[in-house]
Design a protein around this ligand. Structure first.
Ligand SMILES: [Zn+2]
Length: 209
């Protein structure tokens, strides 16, 4: 599996470009910014974009989605429970002193258990509300990889003090959905260094207390 991770934008969101090297189908997860660089990666690896997946409707994760869609024709997938938050992008832009990317139009909801397939690579949507109402993670079971959005970080968890956030919900999502995964799953958080489920089970102060 082709997997390139590009930290994008002022908040350095980990954008993933994932491709099947046999069929050249690809998905991009969380294109927050730097769309030209994302397009360069796709071109250089000879990948054709099939899905734009957004783990949640924060501007640093969704900011470049429309531009990427315009350049590739790929549909944007976001969980429907984040559509209200998606309408607040202007306000989110003001919070972090960024220019608003304008309205984002979602093509399809990404919902619990939904399978997103590129070539021979299968990923599965896991709904993990808490950081936002519609936060999702994307699991690649065969590749033992989890794209965690802002639900789980190395040594920490997503903040829940922004609109739509809930500490109770993120803790429930982590315990029932994420910590149910096996220790050898590699985790790519929405920001910062990579980790594993086992490492977090053992050392994350929010999860092992
Ligand atoms: Zn976020």
């Amino acid at each position: 599996m082709f997997h390139k991770i590009l930290p994008v934008g002022v908040l350095q969101c980990n954008c993933s470009v994932i491709g099947d090297e046999q069929t050249h189908e690809a998905m991009v997860i969380d294109p927050g910014d730097q769309v030209e660089e994302i397009l360069d990666i796709l071109r250089q690896a000879n990948l054709k974009l099939k899905y734009i997946v957004v783990t949640h409707a924060h501007i640093d994760h969704v900011g470049g989605a429309m531009k990427l869609k315009a350049a590739t024709g790929a549909p944007i997938l976001l969980n429907q429970n984040d559509l209200a938050l998606l309408k607040m992008l202007d306000m989110q832009a003001a919070w972090i002193g960024m220019r608003s990317p304008g309205a984002v139009h979602v093509d399809e909801s990404a919902s619990e258990g939904q399978k997103l397939q590129i070539g021979n690579i299968v990923s599965q949507v896991i709904e993990t509300p808490g950081h936002t109402e519609g936060s999702i993670c994307l699991l690649f079971p065969a590749e033992k990889k989890l794209i965690a959005g802002d639900t789980l970080f190395a040594g920490s968890i997503g903040r829940t003090d922004l609109p739509g956030g809930s500490f109770d919900k993120i803790m429930r999502s982590l315990h029932t959905q994420i910590m149910a995964l096996s220790d050898d799953i590699e985790v790519v958080p929405g920001h910062g260094p990579f980790t594993t489920i086992g490492e977090e089970r053992e050392t994350n102060p929010f999860l092992n207390g």
